[in-house]
Structure formats: C-alpha cells, structure tokens
Design a protein around this ligand. Sequence first.
Ligand SMILES: Cc1cc2nc3c(=O)[nH]c(=O)nc-3n(C[C@H](O)[C@H](O)[C@H](O)COP(=O)(O)OP(=O)(O)OC[C@H]3O[C@@H](n4cnc5c(N)ncnc54)[C@H](O)[C@@H]3O)c2cc1C
Length: 395
Amino acid sequence: MAAANGAVAVTAANPSRLSAKPVVVAGAGISGAAACVTLARQGLSVVWLAPEPATPRKPGESLAAAAGPLLESLGAAGILDKPAHRRMETSFSSWGSDALLERSAIASRGGLGTAIDRSAFEADLRDLAAEAGCRVVCAELADFARSQSGWVLRTGDGQELDAGVLVDATGRSAFVGRRMTTMHRRDRLVAAVAFLQQVETDVDPTPATVMEAVQDGWWYASLLANGSLAVNYYTDPDLLARGLTRDVEAWKRLIAESRYISRWIATGGFGVAQAPHLASAGSTWLERAAGPGWIAVGDAAAAFDPLSAHGMTTALWTGIEAAKAIKRARDGETAALDAYSARVTAGVERFLADQIGIYGREVRFRKNTFWSRRVVPNLKAKPGASSVDEDRSVA
Ligand SMILES: Cc1cc2nc3c(=O)[nH]c(=O)nc-3n(C[C@H](O)[C@H](O)[C@H](O)COP(=O)(O)OP(=O)(O)OC[C@H]3O[C@@H](n4cnc5c(N)ncnc54)[C@H](O)[C@@H]3O)c2cc1C
C-alpha cells in the first residue's frame, strides 16, 4: 500500500499492455459514471467504487449544450427531458459594464443548455452504469499499490480488490492522480453556495440564469425547475468575510452589495434563510492525466474555474474518452493512454488562455485585488510551467 509519505510502492515493472483484470473506477460523480458505462458497453469487466453521495448538496447546475451529444453517445439523451430539469432559454450578464445584457437560446448556436437537478441527473447516470453491467461497490478507495499484474486496492470498509487499470474519478481530491504525478493549481477560488426557496409564491420568477461581476468576485444564479434559486458567489478565500458559513446576516449583506442578483432575489420572492456553504472552485490539473495502469477523468484530471461552465461536460467527455483509451490499450495500442493525456493537456491550455481573456474583459474593477490577481503575468502559466502552485508528489 502507499507509503506514509504518499509514495506508491511499485512492486512490478510497468506493463505496456494493460492487465486483463477488472478496471476499477473510483468516484461516483458524472465522470465516473460516464467511464463505467462506456467501459462496460465495450465488454470490459468494471468495478465501480461508488460511495454514497456526500452531503451537502453538490453545486453546479448549468449543463452546457455541448453535453447533449455526449449524453446521446451514452444512450442517455432522454434524461434531460425529465421535468426535474429546465431547458435554459434566457441568460443575463453584467460583466465589463453596468448594463445587464440578455442572451437567448434562439440566438445561441446549440442553445444555452439545461439547468439540471444535479442529484436527479447523477442518480440517473448511476442507474445507467448499473444497467450497463458494472459491479457497484458502495465504498471509497482508501489505498492502492502496484501488484505483479496491476493493482491491489483497499476500500474504506476493509475489502481488498485486484485491478488491471485504476480510473481516478474522485473529483478535486484526485486521490490517485495526485500521488502519481504533480498537481498544478492556478488559483484558490472559492464558492459560497446556497439554494433559496420562494417565500412569496404569488410571483413568477424569470426562468433565467444571471451572472454579475462585482468588486471582489462574481455571482451566478440559476432558477431550477423545482422553483428554487441556486446562488453562487465566487471570490478568493482571503476576500471572504470570516464566519460567513455561520452568519446569515453577513450573507444577506453580501447579497445586498450586488446590483442584479439582489434585485432578482427580491423581485422573485426568494427568502435568504440560511448561511451558505463553501466549495473549492479553483483551477487545478495534473501534470499528466494518465500513466502506466492508471488514468484520471473529470475534476481529478482537470478542475476548471466554474466560469468555464464546462465542468460537467468535461467530466462526461473525459469519462467516455478515457474508457475508449483503456479499451485501445487493452487491444495493444500502447500509446493510447498517453494520447488521451495529451488531449486533456491541450484542453487545459485552451481553458487557461480563455480564462485570462474572460476575466480580462471585466475592466471596471481592474484595480481590485480579486481582478488584478487574474490578469497579472504570473497567472499566465501553462500546464507544466512552474510559476503556479504545485502540490508535488511522486511520479
Ligand atoms: C461551486 C461550483 C459550481 C459549479 N457549477 C458548474 C456548472 O454550472 N456547470 C458545470 O458544467 N460545472 C460546474 N461545476 C463543475 C462541476 O461540478 C464538476 O466539474 C463536476 O462535478 C466534475 O465531476 P466529477 O465526476 O469529475 O467529480 P465529482 O462530481 O466531484 O465526483 C467525484 C466523486 O468521487 C467521490 N470520491 C472522492 N474520493 C473518493 C475515493 N477515495 N474513493 C471513491 N470515491 C471518492 C466523491 O464522493 C464524489 O462523489 C461547478 C463546480 C463548483 C465547485
């Protein structure tokens, strides 16, 4: 098992062909589900380490239109038609100017996407993976080490499993990946997350999403199909009021500082009854997304600032593509995992360039700490560059 310092004990030469033992996928989010479905449909034996979803409720509701074809390839296109989800028709943003600009689905190529009920969406993907023939083990991956023909794994409840390939779908914790390679971090963005309920039910709130840049960060709010309003405030940890997660009055004051979000909350009849919870939302990525016998998908491979609005789509894409790469590697294509890793790295490079461009468009607050941190040269690092934080680990 892993040594105390996190190093993985390599007990066998790295196989160039992948062992025929089961593929074990650790992590029950969107990327893990997409990997499991695709692996099982290709005829591979799959074990899914899928611990019960953690509380509190996961943030992230805006599923980009680009997810449509990926869901279709999983045979799951129909799940977005359920009443739990709402096709997004309109979005508003105040970014770079005090005006609130409107975008409509009709004017956008491919549409604006879907405001999903995240729990229902993930539950449907989990069912799909079980139907595809994965063996589901409701336990977390607690430890792993190389064996003669792959890996020996230990679960949180003490089971021992053999694996030919290990898929890291553990989200931002990158439980496997961060022990196998270097994890890079661009920033420490944090989100204050709340779901507001309507208290004045005689009002029909506008079915929309609203994005608003403010002095110390930005807001994103989305009306969900069940009538609740998902509200996220993004900033840096040192710019956030201390004790916010226990102080509903401080949360109300923060909301009141926004121009449009506060207005939407008030005119939509929403109550602010509880303080928010916090979620990490910074951009992190692994130096490489795969190595001999392991591969990382979703946020474990690369977690993007939610500004990208593509985290869930990337989770689907990487899950599917990693599964295909594993199959090709099993069939003898020795460079298949490296090729997948290179595609992920190219995606990270595109995201990092786009991120600077989008933050750079907000010129009103350039002198404020939050915004100046996002345009200064030391943030222009590329994957593999050393000017970003690194969570170093073993190769
Ligand atoms: C505040 C916020 C807002 C966001 N908004 C959006 C949005 O609007 N649109 C969008 O597309 N994306 C959004 N995202 C990003 C999106 O949520 C992620 O990209 C997506 O959840 C990644 O899916 P995943 O399956 O890779 O990881 P996760 O969803 O994090 O799932 C990982 C799973 O692995 C499990 N796990 C962890 N450790 C272990 C272990 N050792 N063994 C087994 N299992 C383990 C966890 O319990 C979890 O269930 C947002 C993210 C944040 C933080």
